[in-house]
Design a protein around this ligand. Structure first.
Ligand code: ZN
Ligand code: ZN
Ligand code: ZN
Length: 253
């Protein structure tokens, strides 16, 4: 399996429009963060988790030529705003793109993208095949995905475990029961927004405390705000088994 971090930034991305802070003006490519999303290449099958506003740019710069399914974590715009762009894969592959999400998220997609689901369809719009998932393992193209039910303030969000890899974004709470599904994971990708407290995301300190409980071989933080600080400065304070993710990072496992 090859995991590619397509984006590692919070909802506004980094740099933030109009901001002149050190992080937003940094010339380090690792301080430039598109919205959080991940690509999974598993035995040649191609999956994307979330299609944020930067989806098109992320697919172009990563050179992803095939898409077998899209999975969603939750319905916030920084995770769904690029959905229209999946039509490129309709044209390439000549078939519908399967989408997997909680029913609540599917309902929201149908409201926000009403034209995609209209009875009379305009030519050239995305063609999607919606699949409802619940909090139980499911298979796509022979690959087993285990949802992990977490909380993002009060909003339930799905993380996913695939083999020895776990992806948890947009959360500030995980129950002991759900944590059981994460134990034994080799690679963890985890939300760590910033240093200061936040209502719906883990801070760096809270994320570190969770890593301490899970003890994966390697952890990468994502969904970072410009307020986290400069990539190279923050990493100096972390052990080698815990790194800040950056856009384009590939993890092989
Ligand atoms: Zn988000
Ligand atoms: Zn800034
Ligand atoms: Zn969110």
């Amino acid at each position: 399996m090859i995991v590619t971090l397509l984006g590692t930034g919070t909802s506004s991305g980094v740099p933030l429009i109009g901001c002149a802070c050190d992080v937003c003006r940094s010339i380090d490519f690792r301080d430039k963060r598109l919205r959080t999303s991940v690509h999974l290449d598993i035995d040649g099958k191609s999956f994307v988790v979330d299609t944020g506003p930067d989806f098109r740019q992320q697919m172009l710069r990563t050179g992803i030529q095939r898409l077998d399914a899209v999975l969603f974590t939750h319905e916030h715009k920084d995770h769904t705003a690029g959905l229209d762009e999946v039509r490129a894969y309709n044209f390439l592959q000549g078939q519908d793109v399967p989408v997997y999400a909680h029913q609540r998220v599917l309902n929201q997609l149908q409201t926000e993208y009403a034209y995609i689901f209209a009875e009379k369809k305009y030519p050239g719009i995305p063609r999607l095949q919606l699949n409802e998932i619940r909090n139980e393992p499911f298979e796509i193209e022979g690959v087993l995905f285990t949802p992990i039910d977490v909380l993002h303030h009060r909003l339930p969000v799905f993380g996913y475990r695939i083999h020895n890899f776990t992806y948890l974004t947009d959360l500030n709470y995980i129950s002991d029961e759900e944590l059981e599904k994460v134990y034994g994971t080799r690679i963890l990708v985890l939300d760590a927004l910033q240093i200061e407290p936040h209502i719906s995301h883990f801070t760096l300190e809270q994320a570190l405390a969770l890593v301490e409980r899970i003890r994966p071989e390697q952890t990468y933080f994502v969904h970072m705000s410009h307020k986290i600080g400069l990539h190279r400065e923050v990493e100096k304070r972390l052990p080698p088994s815990i790194r800040l993710g950056y856009d384009g990072l590939k993890i092989e496992l």
